[in-house]
Design a protein around this ligand. Structure first.
Ligand code: NAI
Length: 326
């Protein structure tokens, strides 16, 4: 029988965790033939709630779930993990400046980066979900310098999925018709969902939709502000859809991308598309199932250039606010 893939999830007793753990354990992330083991990491005050979540995992009797460990100790939590999914973070509270949030979370991600480097399996790959996810990922990566930079990711897949559905619904087609949807830059309100390169039924989305005003003035802000719209409607932030996007992110990195298509993941830039090297920037990514690369020759017009630059500038500002932690 196959060796289980060991997955750490931080913030495991939180909202996203409550959806994500069950998707991983049921086989959605690594497929129906691959056993998984879970290392669930929480802070001390949430260990009681985590115990309850672990009882529910037991009560599913998942055929693929090899074992589950819960811990609030980072060394124990990241021991031997092949994937580290960093979901837990401290949410922004009223009156908190962006810089305060970056620093509070920054301290979490220095410790987690160090513990991953010290304890994880030699093939460990890390996906940061907890916000501000790009910069949290930058901090963790820079505190684990022996782990290659191409093993660090921050999640912009929820933004990609949101953008796909907006385009599909405008065009009156199913979401599976929409491909090549890039989110460029930061997972924040400056992100740029690139409708110029997206395709609908294999044709340029802008041609199919034929309404540049809608694409620029409605589509972009709807995608950028979708998180806030969910909070307004639901009373809490996106959780099941965020967990689904984590599953999609890992799945897309571990299975071959359909020829000609790509997906959005924030990775450590090497300067592709004139983004700033060393920042964790969302780019169009293709995978062969084992290794990933940045999709090549994606045209960037003047409109796109300005949007990408604005989002990357924001990442550079975040970098400057946390540079003492790198
Ligand atoms: P939540 O507040 O329900 O759960 C967070 C959990 O993390 C809590 O159980 C808390 O105890 C735990 N936690 C806090 N600090 C921790 C630490 N140092 N180590 C381990 N666990 C810790 O939040 P939710 O809804 O699950 O969201 C989690 C994060 O994901 C938030 O930062 C949110 O902004 C972010 N998010 C990111 C998205 C993306 O697209 N990248 C989409 C949706 C949410």
């Amino acid at each position: 029988s196959k060796k289980p893939i060991r997955v750490a999830v931080t913030g495991a007793a939180g909202q996203i965790g409550y959806s994500l753990l069950f998707r991983i354990a049921s086989g959605s992330m690594f497929g129906p033939d691959q056993p998984v083991a879970l290392n669930l990491i929480e802070i001390e005050p949430a260990m009681g709630a985590l115990e309850g979540v672990m009882m529910e995992l037991d009560d599913c009797a998942f055929p693929l779930l090899a074992d589950v460990r819960g811990s609030c100790d980072l060394n124990e939590g990241f021991k031997d993990v092949n994937w580290a999914l960093l979901v837990g973070s401290v949410p922004r509270k009223a009156g908190m400046e962006r810089g305060d949030l970056l620093n509070i979370n920054g301290k979490i991600f220095t410790g987690q980066g160090q513990a991953i480097e010290k304890n994880a399996a030699s093939d460990v790959r890390t996906v940061v979900v907890g916000n501000p996810c790009n910069t949290n990922c930058l901090i963790a990566m820079n505190n684990a310098k022996s782990i290659p930079q191409d093993r660090w990711f921050a999640m912009t897949r929820l933004d990609e999925n949101r953008a796909i559905t907006q385009l599909a619904s405008k065009a009156g087609v199913h979401s599976t018709e929409v491909t090549n949807m890039t989110i460029w830059g930061n997972h924040s309100a400056t992100q740029y969902p690139d409708f110029y390169n997206a395709k609908i039924g294999g044709k340029p989305a802008a041609e199919v939709i034929n309404d540049e005003g809608w694409l620029k003035d409605t589509f972009i802000p709807v995608v950028q502000q979708r998180g806030a719209a969910i909070i307004k409607a639901r009373g809490s932030s996106s959780a099941a859809s965020a967990a689904n996007a984590v599953v999609d992110t890992v799945r897309s990195l571990t299975t071959p991308t359909a020829p000609g298509n790509w997906n959005s993941v924030a990775v450590c830039s090497k300067g592709e598309y004139d983004t700033k090297p060393g920042l964790i920037t969302s780019l169009p990514i293709v995978s062969d199932g084992t290794n990933w690369s940045v999709a090549e020759n994606v045209p960037v017009n003047e409109f796109s250039r300005a949007k990408i630059d604005a989002s990357v500038d924001e990442l550079a500002t975040e970098h400057d606010l946390v540079k003492g932690l790198l």
